[in-house]
Design a protein around this ligand. Sequence first.
Ligand code: 16H
Length: 253
Amino acid sequence: SSTNATAVSATGNHNALVGEKHRLSAEIERIVQGHLKYKYEDVSDGWDLIHQEGEMKVYRREVEENGLVLDPMKIFHTIKGVTGHEICHYFWEFQYRMEWETTLDSTKIIEVLDPQTVVFYQVHKRVWPAAQRDSCFWSHIRSFTSSDEDQPTWLVVNYTTSHLLAPIKSPQVRIVANVALICETVINEPPLNPKDIKRENIECKLTYVAFVNPGGWVPSAALRSVAKREYPRFLKRFSSYVLEQTRDKPILF
Ligand code: 16H
């Protein structure tokens, strides 16, 4: 292992080293690349704009399979005063989760795969007239730079996985999901000295995509109205949470 390798011991995996391959590495690579490609897909065809509020635009594509609603969601938002790194940091880190999530009863990390990848087990609040849901997913955070001038793009992907520490216990129903938060940072009127960049000069352009199979049975109309209400609510609450957390802190580029 190289010198910059950092051992993560908080949850007991002493083999979680930076850049180290593990059983999910290949899958993570494939799913991350898929999101990056899909991000540039146009929403003019087949997507309905179901909610617009300030800079936020919420799109939905109606998809049903065997009477079960699988509508993909795609949300665009621009948040002034924060970076993509900050947005992704607060979305990915376990310690902040219950401060902005209002749709969960509980969350826990059941495995640390590497310093950028953990496995979560979450119990969701009953938000619709059906059985309670839980979820088990790997959550991966990453940044990459496309050119030298650009600010790095940050992303978090949450993708359902099975895990020995999270067996499915009926009547609880497992949600299957593939969710990505992709963030680009824009610097407006950049000062000559990068040290002089102020929060008023920065904004984060984010794309949030969710493919969610709620599992079990849920009445279509109820699920669609919950989704239409809850996704915008989540993004509003989460973005004001990040603004509040970062306001008096140095900018995390
Ligand atoms: O992305 C959100 N929260 C993540 C952190 O808690 C977890 C989420 C996820 C959910 C299920 C399975 C894996 C991963 O990425 C914010 C989600 C806000 C969603 C509110 C909408 C609820 C509408 C009903 C849709 C079906 C429920 C599944 C929730 C996504």
